[in-house]
Design a protein around this ligand. Sequence first.
Ligand code: ASP
Ligand code: MG
Length: 441
Amino acid sequence: MIVSKFGGTSVGTFEAMQHSASIVAENTDRKLIVISATSGTTNDLVALESPTLGSTEREEILMRIEERHLSIISECENQEELRKTFLGQMSELREHLDQTGREKRWKDRLYSFGELMSTRIFVQVLKQYGIEAEWLDARDVMKTDSTFGNAAPDIKQIAKKAKKFIKPDKTYLTQGFIGSDIFGNTTTLGRGGSDYSAALFAEGVNADVLEIWTDVAGVYTTDPRIVPDAKPISEITFDEAAELSVFGGKVLHPATLKPAIRGNVKVRVASSKDPSQEGTLIVNTSKESPVIRAISLRKDQTLLTVHSLDMLHQHGFLAKLFTVLAKHKISVDLVTTSEVSVSLTLDTANKASNKVELTDEVLNELRGFCEVEVEKDLSLVALIGNRMESTSGISGPLFSLLEGYNIRLVCHGASPNNVCFLVKEGTGEEIVKLVHKKFIG
Ligand code: ASP
Ligand code: MG
């Protein structure tokens, strides 16, 4: 069984939906299709949530959502019924917006309209391609806790409900991103959560393969916008891919891989625009394991350095430092330490989440027990591969390549799959080009 997920751009227009439907039609093992909202729609719904939104603005946004969907519907067969269903959803949406006493769960119900609308239309497009898919309400299966906006899945319940609602001899179309809690409230898994949904479904139904159809032909050796020679990687391990998604690969939502690893589901990332390209297969163990497989670049890094002589031969300093950061919900990426200093970078991978910045409050609290320095405009370059901690001969060529550049911080040794370093923002792309040419070619 294959679970196939199509993102917003793969269902964003009638043409895109046609492409995606023709992919589904190619293989009858594609039994569970998970899709996102049409591209732009979740952003529009988020914009509607603003309490200060004026009525003209509100109307503009609603019209945008309406036009986007009606223009797809206008190219479908069975238009009348589709229009009726969709316009019904639009009035439900308006009613929802008119509600007073907005609680947290109000937002998740609002966000859920995007996926509920796109699936109603796509089920018809699938039909036009000969696929009789049953429309499945993801909320019947995707059981979560009640953390609205970022709900945590209940894996046991999902497996149980999957057994109940998903029969192996049928094909289903369902929504990514949305779920429900035990009280029946609609929840969401966090922005960009459809990949995660699809992986949870794949785990829940015990799928062999999870396909993520997106607008790029898989995971590349580096960003092709920086290095036009970059190639799609045909196979990569979960361990490597995890470093890639954490360190700035844009294809995968970082949490996506967890259910797939747990469920021993292979993940294939491929382009719905160009399905003839094989894409990238992510597996537990790969046939080939090159020392350096990919290079990634992450911009907009902040480096925090703290310094204190109290650290010398003392215990508890790091604990104190991290307690302050934890209290302010600041997530840390990289850490290096010396006898009397600690440097760390902040996690900026997930801008959409409610990331807390280094506010004056945090800095002042830290200044209570150490000297603090903050540097911005840095980029992180990461080499991703295998056995990097135990392979000799990487650092020599790497650092001679970087001779003319100022390297602010290096992390090497914590992971066999990653060596990374911080450089000045303006030099990041140049360095990626050099490193890619030298190690990947
Ligand atoms: N539609 C949701 C979003 O835009 C989920 C997704 O596309 O993955 O965040
Ligand atoms: Mg998306």
